[in-house]
Design a protein around this ligand. Structure first.
Ligand code: GA4
Length: 329
């Protein structure tokens, strides 16, 4: 079993064990094979900014191939894994998240999906083949991106936007600034120390991009925040995908769709492995509400490019409300 080195507990974020551990049974379920899914999708994005997808078309083989590469990597000694770090911004990271002092009970690999990531970092790591890893990541991402685009097209249809591919074109663009992340949350066995509270694996935040598509193994931990501020635990499901509305989508829909606040709590028994595709626009893209959604409405946001948003987000802490800076007064 791989454990992260024992931290000074005061560095970590610990949360009260409220009603959250009861698994929530009301996660909206979107069946991509059903023609009426666009209406349910819109409702889910307005209410939760979050839903679960079945009949997604991503081959199981791609998921298991990438999962086994990830398990192989995360099972290695820290000194080997560190050869693929630091995440500057891409590569292996351990506990430190971002640049401004956030930490979590997590280790991860962050990759870009457009420009060439230098897989040579994995060359000298025992038992890893950069080519095999690259192949597994590329097969997985191209299939998940296809599903994400299908979902984005359904969202646009559900919002009665006539313009074709208004959202999906942003991900299809060769310059799409998308990110891929493999997160490993080792079990945290020292529960007595926590007095029934929970150690935070990945602190609360919203995703800055347009859409995020997550697949995890069967270990719980993911929680989302409801509109009333309460946290609910999402039952894991390794055969489905979970989708988050990101900050950029909230802006594109002039606030109709909600960028969902979420976090991951460490598990005391099992490790959690998740793979997340963050679909972002090209850097030069203006992030502004779609004109046809603006009839009789003012924009809730100042105009900004994805490049400007990224610059500001890397100066922020994980839990900051990053869209605040861009809200119209
Ligand atoms: C959250 C979503 C993605 O995981 C991520 C994260 C990024 C990072 O890990 O480098 C950030 C975080 C995320 C938002 C605020 C900044 C940047 C950590 C952090 C404290 C890759 C992303 O795009 O934004």
């Amino acid at each position: 079993m791989v454990v992260l080195s024992k931290p000074a507990m005061e560095q970590f974020c610990i949360v009260k064990n409220c009603k959250a551990p009861t698994l929530f049974s009301g996660v909206p379920l979107i069946d991509l094979s059903k023609p009426d899914s666009k209406h349910l999708l819109v409702k889910a994005c307005q209410e939760f900014g979050f839903f679960k997808v079945i009949n997604h078309g991503v081959p199981t083989e791609f998921i298991s191939k990438l999962e086994s590469e990830a398990i192989k990597f995360f099972s290695l000694p820290l000194s080997e894994k560190e050869k693929a770090g630091p995440p500057d911004p891409f590569g292996y990271g351990n506990k430190k998240i971002g640049r401004n002092g956030d930490i979590g009970w997590v280790e991860y690999i962050l990759l870009t999906t457009n420009s060439e990531f230098n897989y040579q970092r994995f060359e000298s790591i025992i038992g890893m083949s950069p080519e095999k890893l690259r192949g597994a990541v590329n097969d997985y991402i191209s299939s998940v991106k296809k599903m994400a685009c299908e979902i984005l097209e359904l969202m646009a249809e559900g919002l009665n936007i006539e313009e074709n591919n208004v959202f999906s074109k942003l991900l299809m663009d060769e310059q799409s600034d998308s990110v891929f992340r493999l997160n490993h949350y080792p079990p945290y066995p020292d529960l007595q120390e926590l007095n029934g509270r929970n150690l935070v694996g990945f602190g609360e935040h919203t995703d800055p991009q347009i859409i995020s598509v997550l697949r995890s193994n069967n270990t719980s931990g993911l929680q989302i925040q409801l509109k009333d501020g309460s946290w609910i635990s999402i039952p894991p499901d390794q055969t489905s995908f979970f989708v988050n509305v990101g900050d950029s989508m909230q802006v594109l829909t002039n606030g109709r769709f909600k960028s969902v606040k979420h976090r991951v709590l460490a598990n005391s028994i099992k490790s959690r492995l998740s793979m997340i595709y963050f679909g972002g626009p090209p850097l030069s893209e203006k992030i502004a509400p779609v004109p046809s959604l603006m009839e009789g409405e003012d924009s809730l946001y100042k105009e900004f490019t994805w490049f400007e948003y990224k610059n500001s987000l890397y100066k922020s802490r994980l839990s900051d409300n990053r869209l605040d800076t861009f809200g119209e007064m």
